[in-house]
Design a protein around this ligand. Structure first.
Ligand code: PAF
Length: 291
């Protein structure tokens, strides 16, 4: 299917408004480009559930810290265009930072408190403010739609959902399952930074979370600290990993529950491996809640 690439915000707004005026529903997939199978699954779902599947392809400087990988972040607009079209996207917004912020650095910042206090929010100060500021702008430009986000960035999904709810944006946020390589490694644009040797051990992140999940679901461990320590130990046993965090949280508030009891919890971990910083997560349902 042909895809139209737009770099101008006013044209983008007009194109989506025109679709809705013609009675068509819009599915939006915000991305930072460097598209992979995970993005493709979001676009395919948007195309299956909506009349028009649209994506944004913009590496957002606001969500990178000063010592992070903004300069190295992989970019290939032509390939993104091909992959997005193959997955069923009809419209793609690919603006420059100057087109997004014609007046220079924005004076406005959108901040979701509470949910952003820990984990990625703590490891990457200012990151979520950068995410919510750009996502709020992209949603505002795109108008009423369903917006598709991957569960791979689970905390981001929660933060964006909260922002949309708090601000009553006319958007339905749809969380979509993480897509994995055959060995379990979650697809991520940052996997491109891994050397072949690092790639060979990278799925340990996924397997560490699986080990934590087994402790909860099969061994009925109820102490979150014990599960967190087991995940970190499993991961750190491969010395090339440097663990940022391993956490058990209540998905409602991202706080550590006092005890793993009757409801589902989320296990999350982040670690550095060579030049890459990898994150992953999975749900665990305690044995007591499974009956
Ligand atoms: O998940 C991402 O790729 C980015 O954080 C997003 C949502 C496109 C905002 O820049």
């Amino acid at each position: 299917m042909a895809i139209e690439v737009i770099d101008d915000l006013a044209t983008w707004r007009r194109a989506l408004d025109a679709s809705r005026s013609a009675g068509l529903s819009v599915g939006l997939v915000p991305t930072m480009g460097a598209l992979h199978g995970g993005h493709m699954s979001l676009i395919r779902r948007a195309a299956a559930e909506c009349d028009v599947a649209a994506l944004t392809d913009y590496v957002n400087p606001l969500q990178f810290g000063p010592s992070e990988d903004l300069g190295a972040y992989p970019k290939n607009l032509l390939r993104d265009r091909e992959l997005a079209a193959e997955a069923g996207a009809q419209l793609m917004l690919a603006p420059s930072p100057e087109q997004v912020w014609p007046d220079g650095e924005p004076s406005t910042s959108v901040r979701v408190s509470g949910l952003t206090d820990r984990l990625e929010g703590e490891a990457r100060p200012g990151h979520f403010d950068g995410v919510t500021t750009i996502v709020c702008k992209l949603l505002s430009l795109s108008g009423p739609c369903r917006a598709y986000f991957g569960e791979k960035d689970y905390q981001q999904l929660a933060v964006v959902s909260r922002m949309v709810s708090d601000l009553s944006l006319p958007v339905q946020v749809v969380g979509c399952p993480t897509v994995r390589e055959v060995d379990g490694l979650a697809l991520s644009s940052r996997n491109a930074y891994l050397s072949p040797d690092e790639r060979a051990v990278a799925s340990r992140l996924y397997h560490s979370l699986l080990a934590g999940k087994r402790l909860i679901e099969e061994d009925a461990v109820t102490d979150p600290a014990c599960v967190e320590a087991a995940i970190a130990e499993h991961l750190g046993a491969e010395r090339r990993f440097s663990v940022d965090y391993a956490a058990v949280v209540d998905p409602a508030d991202f706080k550590r529950p006092e005890r793993i009891g009757s409801g589902e919890v989320r296990l999350l971990a982040a670690a550095r491996l060579g030049k890459a910083r990898l994150i992953d997560n999975m749900a665990a349902t305690p044995a007591a809640a499974q009956q």
